[in-house]
Write a protein that binds this ligand. Structure first.
Ligand code: ATP
Length: 234
């Protein structure tokens, strides 16, 4: 049984179909990078998988169970976690409090306060600082740590680079090294193709809500994927 099976999924914003007839199967531990130009539908897809945007058609199955109409908090407690765009931390609470608050929704598994801090060691010295005082890259790391505290089987990671300096993006990716080696499956939205190809097992390229290219990261060339970005590929 696959971990996540997405079949003919549609999601809309009013009359606009942002995700259209999208099908993809993700296995345990697999790392997927979702790439594509602005407006391709990546964020809407992630939000629909997490249950914060409604399914307009098709089906999402998680470990064999149809979760298409399950509420977001029930999806997260069954092991599907979203790190949304904009991070949404409790800025006046400390880093430790932000991490521990997710523990109540936690399933059993490899991730706990200690293992999350081992994976994101830069946060150790910031545990007692209000989250709002951290840099953008550090806040992104806290948001990722908070999602890991729920022990997800799959982590849906919105664009980490949004609003961050190149140095901060590098900081976040350095922090993520242990996550990329872990058994937690990952769907990562990443505009930077070079980076996506370095960390993912498979690349899924979207255009106008649909998959236009898919393949193993090691077997696709940058030029090939870029050709699909704006629909220029033969
Ligand atoms: P980006 O990287 O710019 O966020 P994306 O690939 O994540 O792009 P989406 O944000 O999912 O794409 O957008 C897909 C389509 O849905 C776009 O045409 C966008 O304009 C539209 N859209 C997204 N959010 C809304 C919204 N809240 N209301 C109306 N239309 C929206």
């Amino acid at each position: 049984m696959s971990l996540l099976k997405i079949s003919n999924l549609d999601a809309s914003h009013g009359l606009l179909k942002a995700v259209s007839n999208f099908s993809l199967t993700i296995e345990d531990g697999e790392k997927i990078a979702l790439v594509g130009a602005n407006g391709a539908g990546k964020t809407t897809l992630l939000r629909t998988l997490a249950g914060v945007h409604p399914v307009a058609g098709g089906k999402i199955e998680f470990e064999g169970r149809d979760i298409s109409s399950l509420e977001a908090h029930k999806r997260s407690s069954s092991g599907l976690a979203l790190v949304p765009e904009g991070r949404r931390l409790f800025t006046s609470m400390t880093v430790a409090e932000n991490l521990l608050i997710a523990k109540s929704a936690s399933r059993n598994g490899a991730w706990n306060f200690d293992t999350v801090l081992d994976a994101l060691p830069q946060l150790k010295e910031k545990l007692n600082a209000p989250a709002g005082t951290l840099s953008g890259g550090q806040q992104q790391a806290v948001a990722i740590g908070r999602a890991l505290m729920t022990n997800p089987k799959i982590l849906l990671l919105a664009e980490v680079s949004l609003g961050l300096s190149p140095l901060a993006v590098q900081f976040v990716y350095d922090s993520l090294a242990k996550l990329f080696q872990s058994k937690t499956a990952l769907v990562l939205v990443e505009q930077d193709l070079k980076r996506a190809m370095l960390v993912a097992d498979r690349i899924v390229c979207m255009l106008e809500g649909k998959i236009v290219a898919i393949g193993n990261a090691g077997e696709m060339s940058r030029e090939e994927i870029l050709g699909h970005y704006f629909g220029h590929s033969g």
